[in-house]
Design a binder for this molecule. Structure first.
Ligand code: PRP
Ligand code: URA
Length: 209
């Protein structure tokens, strides 16, 4: 799948291994998620649009590129996707932030929407959706559906760990988006958790449970 971009960088792989460790506590887990998001962002934002602006150096005036104004939005899927926002915001402090609130039903594993707000206008922006976990793909597909219904066109999805099932489902539903993924794990278990995975990302980021 051409639009699935795996992250091979050793720093990312090293940090993902630390995330997996059940003995990694909340503060370190949160910091790692932020750092991984920043490293993945470096790759995912390679094609951010630039515009030339005039700058006066101590020597002379010149035209030089800067990231074009209203062109970027970060859209975390609540809750766990929130943990990746600050890493991307560190790269592009002017980014607008949308929110998509979804939780997975424990029995059916289907996503339920509880809050959605996107920056306007959305249609011209490069939109990076963040969620550390792409499991069945239900939440990711619902989030991208929502963004497209509201006019979003240029969409990238960043997941730290994915199951093969989720990758397939997301790319089948939305073959036009780019998926940046830190690692594709073996499979889902009967509770639709990723194996070996890292457990419940939201609980580990926010220290719940
Ligand atoms: C987790 C995760 C994804 C979703 C992935 O969120 O952060 O959003 O599950 O599963 P899927 O691919 O099968 O849809 P969860 O629903 O547990 O909510 P939380 O982030 O609030 O804990
Ligand atoms: N959500 C998580 O947080 N972890 C998984 O393994 C699957 C869904």
């Amino acid at each position: 799948m051409n639009n699935v971009i795996g992250m091979k960088h050793p720093l990312i792989q090293h940090k993902i291994s630390k995330l997996r460790d059940k003995n990694t506590g909340t503060a370190e887990f949160r910091a790692l998620v932020e750092e991984i998001a920043m490293l993945m962002g470096y790759e995912a934002l390679k094609d951010l649009p630039l515009e030339d602006v005039e700058v006066e150096t101590p020597i002379e005036k010149c035209m030089t590129p800067q990231i074009a104004g209203k062109n970027f939005a970060i859209v975390p899927i609540l809750r766990a996707g929130l943990g990746m926002v600050s890493g991307l915001q560190a790269l592009v402090p002017t980014a607008k932030i949308g929110h998509i609130g979804l939780y997975r039903d424990e029995e059916t594993h289907k996503p339920h929407e509880y809050y959605c707000k996107l920056p306007s206008p959305i249609s011209e922006r490069l939109i990076v959706v963040t969620d550390p976990m792409l499991a069945t793909g239900g939440s990711a597909v619902a989030a991208v559906d929502f963004i497209k219904q509201h006019g979003g066109k240029k969409i990238k999805f960043m997941a730290i760990i994915a199951a093969p099932e989720g990758v397939e489902r997301l790319m089948e539903a939305h073959p036009d988006i780019q998926l940046y993924v830190g690692h594709i794990d073996r499979e889902l278990n009967k509770d639709a958790y990723i194996c070996p995975g890292l457990g419940d990302a939201g609980d580990r980021i926010f220290g719940t449970k």
